[in-house]
Design a protein around this ligand. Structure first.
Ligand code: ADP
Length: 217
């Protein structure tokens, strides 16, 4: 068996981290851990954490580190990660990055790659406001470049697609600010560790597989 791969996806909201994470997941057979989806699920279920997280999310702010670290720590302790994992949307702040470092160290594990997906603000706003998401299965579509087969309906599970609250232009601006203030500083840390692999967020979709294979070897 090939050695485990542990990957962090970094980049602004809407840059295409999730799309790439899922391609890598299929190529190498490793699970994606998407904090945004986990938090949205907690909100939908109305759990104790979900009730707190919901407000932060609809404003485009980060959910407090203690909550997210707790959720991720629990997920990283599960037994299906022997081939590695792809963290999509975590870490997003210095305390989260420290939490990840200590978790990995305690378990004798190391990150292999940090994939940094870049995209400029204008393209992000355009992309996110055209994004439609499935509230049931999490599948995402784009009204222009990746529309569902039937308008407004998820191809995968038939649910009605929605514009996420936080994909409204006013909230997108706030998410970009938060990204710049809290998440962007992590780039230096991973660059200094020699883990950073930078990829453009507007690379042609049909060439993503080949590109990611080249990067990950
Ligand atoms: P995107 O990457 O497009 O911003 P996500 O689905 O990853 O969207 O995140 C949606 C929201 O969930 C974020 O704006 C934030 O409120 C919350 N969230 C997700 N991941 C984290 C995290 N690691 N720390 C704090 N909040 C998070």
């Amino acid at each position: 068996m090939s050695r485990p791969l542990r990957i962090v996806m970094l980049g602004p909201p809407g840059s295409g981290k999730g799309t790439r994470a899922h391609i890598i997941s299929e190529l190498y057979g490793i699970p994606v851990i998407t904090t945004g989806d986990m938090l949205r699920e907690a909100v939908a279920k109305g759990t104790e954490y979900g009730k707190i997280a919901g407000g932060y999310m609809s404003r485009g702010e980060l959910v407090p580190d203690e909550i997210v670290n707790g959720v991720v720590g629990e997920r990283l302790s599960m037994s299906d990660l022997e081939n590695g994992f792809i963290l999509d949307g975590f870490p997003r702040s210095a305390p989260q990055a420290e939490f990840l470092d200590s978790f990995l160290e305690e378990h004798g594990l190391k990150l292999d790659h940090v994939i940094y997906v870049t995209l400029d603000d204008e393209a992000i706003v355009k992309r996110l406001s055209n994004r439609r998401s499935c509230p049931s299965c999490g599948e995402v579509y784009h009204l222009v470049s990746m529309p569902p087969k039937k308008e407004g309906v998820c191809d995968k599970c038939g649910s009605e697609l929605v514009l996420r609250d936080d994909d409204r232009p006013s909230v997108i601006r706030n998410r970009l600010e938060v990204y710049r203030e809290k998440t962007q500083p992590l780039l230096k840390k991973y660059r200094d560790k020699g883990l950073m692999r930078e990829v453009p967020g507007d690379y042609p979709l049909d060439q993503l597989q080949e590109q990611l294979k080249r990067i990950l070897g």
